[in-house]
Design a protein around this ligand. Structure first.
Ligand SMILES: [Zn+2]
Length: 406
């Protein structure tokens, strides 16, 4: 058995314990938690490991692109989405397969060290599959599809199915951990959305989509103009079906997925109050028993690309299930969930630490459907244990770091 005592323990489901104690078995399963005066009698012989800092369940990173790890430091900051994409495409080709594979291992090592236990990871190819098969972390893989041309939807979808089968062949028992998902509202035709939604319903798979990440996306859906429309034209894409309706992209996306199980909306940087009301309306349809929407925020990537953060005040006001993502090393300098929390806390010191920690742990575990094991310190769970250390008051600040201790 292991017995940890820390300045604060955050069980997540219940109130933080100042000078609390956490007892696990040798495998990391939670045996008990509480205050030392209550636990000392029941476990008199245990060696107490005293820790300075906050003890929290392992972090859940709900949005990552491990396959892009070789792109760290390659792309200019603050160029907006269209600028990001064009620089990305030109620079990505320069890396060899060996360089890409080495960067993937290094990035996964970083996540293991910083206390991450589960990752929702986007895959466009198979470059991460052999690493995932080592099962050092829990992965939900989102095989990403995109193609604007309705006529090519079946082809794009079949490609994703083949990739899904390739990963399942490596890890046959993790079939439910491999989804097929749309990339973003501005890269997927209605036909492709329908194929994805039907398949996900039939196989009960989780869904994820990049949502309202850039100013250009908003402009495209509202007015049919802007940098993304210019990109469509420059690349000669077939977007003949597209009609600007004076509404933001979430209005066109959600109807396709209203009968699905769970959908993670990623970024939401330009999501406005009326979008949140629209989303709430989509969720409260009488037929729906379970929550549909989870909202992933990747603040460091938002600052990297668009130099803007989502409207957290509105997200909190509407009581949304918020989760944390790091996005990829193409638009972030670390894959650290804590670094994302620090960025939110810096902009919004009024958000309590326990609220931020719930985004980083239990909310993500609930989205991934792994909250029976992960996301909180509760008896019988094996959530992983991370320590947040650093000097300063009980609010996240620049100096805090995290590491996995169990
Ligand atoms: Zn992303």
């Amino acid at each position: 058995m292991r017995c940890f005592q820390a300045d604060f323990i955050f069980p997540i489901q219940t109130a933080p314990l100042k000078n609390g104690m956490l007892i696990t078995d040798d495998e990391g399963v939670i045996v008990d938690l509480g205050f030392p005066e209550d636990l000392a009698q029941r476990f008199p012989d245990l060696h107490v490991e005293r820790l300075q800092g906050l003890l929290v369940p392992g972090f859940i990173n709900t949005h990552c692109h491990l396959e892009l790890s070789c792109m760290k430091g390659q792309i200019t900051r603050h160029t907006g989405m269209a600028g990001f994409v064009s620089e990305f495409v030109s620079k990505r080709a320069a890396f060899t397969d060996q360089e890409r594979a080495a960067a993937i291992v290094k990035a996964e090592d970083e996540m293991l060290r910083n206390g991450t236990v589960a990752v929702g990871d986007i895959s466009n190819g198979n470059s991460t599959f052999s690493q995932k098969a080592k099962k050092r972390l829990y992965y939900q893989t989102f095989i990403e599809t995109f193609d604007l041309a309705p006529s090519r939807a079946p082809e794009a979808f079949d490609r994703a199915c083949l990739l899904r089968e390739e990963l399942i062949d490596l890890m046959p028992e993790t079939r439910h951990q491999v989804s097929i998902v749309p990339h973003a509202p501005y890269t997927v035709s209605p036909e492709l959305h329908k194929l994805i939604a039907t398949y996900a319903r039939r196989h009960q798979l989780l869904l994820s989509i990049h949502n309202q990440e850039s100013r250009a996306e908003d402009e495209l859906f509202r007015t049919g103009t802007g940098k993304l429309m210019e990109m469509y034209e420059r690349m000669g894409l077939d977007y003949s079906w597209f009609k600007a309706r004076g509404e933001s992209s979430i209005h066109s996306t959600l109807p396709f997925y209203k009968d699905n199980d769970k959908l993670l909306l990623v970024h939401n940087t330009y999501t406005a109050e009326d979008d949140l009301l629209f989303a709430a309306g989509a969720e409260t349809k009488a037929s729906r028993q379970k929550p549909l929407l989870f909202w992933a925020t990747c603040p460091n990537a938002n600052l990297y690309i668009e130099d803007r953060l989502p409207n957290y005040t509105a997200l909190l006001k509407h009581n949304l299930r918020i989760t944390i993502g790091t996005d990829s090393l193409a638009s972030n300098s670390t894959l650290s969930v804590l670094d994302e929390l620090k960025t939110v806390a810096h902009a919004h010191p009024e958000i309590p630490v326990d609220v931020l920690l719930r985004w980083a742990t239990l909310n993500g575990a609930e989205f991934l459907g792994i909250d029976r094991q992960y996301g909180s310190f509760e008896m019988g769970k094996k959530p992983g244990v991370a320590l947040i250390e650093g000097a300063g008051p009980l609010a996240f600040s620049g100096g805090w770091t995290s590491r996995r201790i169990l």
